[in-house]
Design a protein around this ligand. Structure first.
Ligand code: SF4
Length: 281
């Protein structure tokens, strides 16, 4: 399937951003997941760090990140992420990770160390974490939140009917509970989630997920078009028109989300700082 004319993917080129990332040996989800916004984000010297290695213990069919036996933890990584962020001039850093079901805490301690390293490097550094579900482990969640990120993001990704096809090792209710628990543990934190469209979901299902997210006290929402990153990934079922994304944005605001980014090329971390800048919780 060729992309329709409203989806324009820019090549990532060889930006200064890439050189800095290589210098500090850091990985980004931008590259690992073949994000279509790489060119735009790297030219603005923004990137989303991917910690805990580049091998994932789950096998989501939409994701380009390798599913394999993970390597041991890299204890220098938090410091390198902090130094790379400083070199990029970032004041708002987004960190995500592969899923590490092999670790007793799911990698929560490593997230916490990275948040702390970033905040030690720069006063007023703001951090958004986009975490796995930690299998619903509230202690792991507490470890991450105790390090005081400003935004806690966990993506719901798709509608529950498609979980077995899209996220076979994940659980819709666990993901909702993680968001709810994050807000209950720290009511001052901004919670966020994201949905991909174009996987065969119906409008009524999308609206139902949005209502479930609001019931889980989710503040911020991103909605974007699924684009098949590799031929091994599941195909796109449908390209959703930009006006439909606008419709979901309006519906989201009516439901009480504090901010909604919804467009074909919206991704969880795009313009992350701007999305939450004026949001009060
Ligand atoms: S949208 Fe996010 S993942 Fe994609 S290039 Fe930008 S920062 Fe990276």
């Amino acid at each position: 399937m060729r992309h329709p004319e409203w989806i324009k993917v820019q090549s990532s080129g060889t930006h200064e951003t890439k050189k800095i990332l290589r210098r500090y040996g850091t990985s980004t989800v931008c590259e690992e997941a073949r994000c279509p916004n790489q060119g735009k984000c790297f030219s603005k010297k923004t990137a989303t760090f991917m910690i805990l290695g580049n091998r994932c213990t789950r096998n989501c069919s939409f994701c380009a990140v390798k599913s394999d036996k993970p390597l041991p933890l890299d204890y220098d990584e938090p410091e390198r992420v902090a130094r790379a962020s400083l070199a990029l001039g970032l004041e708002f850093v987004v960190i995500t990770s592969v899923t590490r079901d092999d670790l007793p805490d799911g990698g929560a301690g490593h997230f916490a160390s990275t948040i702390k390293a970033l905040k030690l490097k720069k006063e007023r550094m703001q951090v958004e974490v986009l975490t796995p579900d930690f299998k619903g482990n509230v202690h792991a969640l507490h470890t991450v939140l105790h390090a005081a990120p400003e935004v806690f993001n966990h993506n719901i990704e798709t509608v529950p009917r498609l979980y077995s096809k899209v996220r076979p090792l994940a659980d819709y209710d666990i993901s909702l509970n993680v968001l709810h628990a994050a807000k209950s543990l720290d009511p001052r934190i901004k919670t966020k989630s994201g949905l991909m469209l174009g996987l065969g979901e119906k409008e009524s299902e999308v609206l139902s997920v949005m209502r479930d997210l609001r019931k889980s006290r989710c503040d911020l929402l991103t909605i974007g078009q699924y684009l098949r990153p590799r031929k091994e990934n599941i195909p796109v079922v449908e390209y959703i028109k930009p006006e439909v994304f606008d419709h979901y944005r309006m519906k989201g605001l009516e439901m009480g989300f504090k901010a909604v980014a919804s467009s074909p090329l919206t991704r969880s971390s795009i313009n992350a700082e701007a999305l939450c800048r004026d949001v009060r919780v």
